[in-house]
Each structure stands twice: as C-alpha cells, then as structure tokens.
Ligand binder design. Sequence first.
Ligand SMILES: [Mn+2]
Length: 288
Amino acid sequence: MESPPQVRKIMDQIHGRVSDAMRRARREASSDSCYVPQHDEDSHFCHDAFGVVAVADGVGGRRAQGVDAAAFSRGLMENTFSEVATSELGKPVCPYKILERVYRRTAALGTPMASTSIIVSLAGMDKVLRVLRWAYVGDSGFAVFRGGKMLRRFQPQQWYFNCPFQLCVGNGITKVSDAALGQMAIEEGDVLVVASDGLFDNVSDFSLENLVRSTMLLGFTPEEVAGIMSFQAYVASKDPKTDSPFSIASREQGQARTGGKVDDITIVVAFIEIWIGQSQQLLQTWLL
Ligand SMILES: [Mn+2]
C-alpha cells in the first residue's frame, strides 16, 4: 500500500534516525516515560544504556493519617537506580537480585509505608536473541507488543480485589520472594510498556494494542507514545461513565461500579533496538 507523503516523510526521518543509531555502539533500547500524578506516590526510571526500566507505586493505606505513601516507592526507585547505574555496563542485570537487594536497603532505613514494584531488564544476549527478564510484586506491570499485537502481559498479584501484593518494612504479609519472575525472547522492533495500575486499570488491552499499532505506524517516539497513552488513561480515570478494566473487575466482585479509577499514572515505553555494534554485525554477515 502506498503511504501518504507526510507518512513517507516521517518514515524517512525515522530511517535516518535508525541509521544514526546504528552508528552508535552498544544500545539496548530507546525509552521514555510520562507521569501524570494524582496523589504523587508513583516513582520510576528508565536507563537505556543498561536496558533497565523500573516502576514503583506507593500504597496509600494510611495517607489520611499523614503518612507519606510515596516514601517507600521513591526509596525503592532511588536504590534501584543507584544499583543499576553502578553495575558493570554490558553485564546482564538480574531484576530479582536487584529487587531483593534494594528492598533490604530500603526496608533497613525504616522507610514507612508500602509499595508495589516492577523491574524489567534486557539481558542475556545469545548472538542475535535478546532476553527480556522481569521481577514484580503487586499490580505494577508490563506488556510486550510485536507487530501491534500484545504478545505478553503480566498478571497482577493481589491478596483480594484492589489489595495488591506490596513490599513494606517489617513483617508484611508479602515477601520479596513472592515476586513474579519470568523471561521471554524479544526482537528488534518490539515495544515494551511498563506501567503502574493507573494505566492497566483504565485502558483495556484492546485499546493498548490499537494505540501501539497506530502510533508505531505514524512513527511516534517513545515519549510521544507514553504521552498519548497517559492522556487516554487520564481521560478514562476521570470519566464516571466509561467501562474501564477496573469497573469490569469490580462488577465481577459483585460491586455495582462504572467509570475509571482515579490514580497516579506512570508509563514507560521502550522500543527494543538490538544494536550489537558494526564490527560484530560485519562478522555475522561473513559467517552467514
Ligand atoms: Mn496506583
């Protein structure tokens, strides 16, 4: 199918950017994020050189008593960032080992409250195959898209409806060893979305697929895709009539409910780019 001129122009620009990126040495992914605060208790980061994305969502059970529900999620993310940024570049990052270490560090400081958390890393290169690895606790999660289709999605962990597994100081019922772990092979061109429940409770998988498909077709950047996704989640969260994934799940629990769920919305979008360096690429070409 012939593309309209403006789309061709965007595609040419993208190809130009891809060529530029090819000239650079090692690079795991191109990622960016959008955060729409409501209670401002989410926290996140993405680090392209290490190929790591992480999101944490502070659980605000005692917010009314003036306890800072953001402290634990921020502590987790600050410690995760420092662990990742000081690790050896090029060496695969194990999300569970990092989660375990940063949980201990954050808990040892006596940081109040609790948080869900997810860490995703691009790890374990097997020539051209790259592996995506994850560890998460609770309902901060991820989805992987290939060719505009949702290939894989996390399953939220919760003790009961709207009460996610959560890490906290002391003897909480959730242990760090309860984290859901997994891995999958990914390919260049795959799209990874890592987000807090502010996204997944407000936007259906079907809508996410449509959004990824259309924004990829238009050559949007990770920042733009994250922004559009956040806007869709925010609009749904404030709409009392929309049939959100959260309201559908509520009805399954026997609660009469419609509308979105007002919450912090954190979304990180990463385009998987597997540049293995020009010399290695040449070598591979000769070997073929
Ligand atoms: Mn949340």
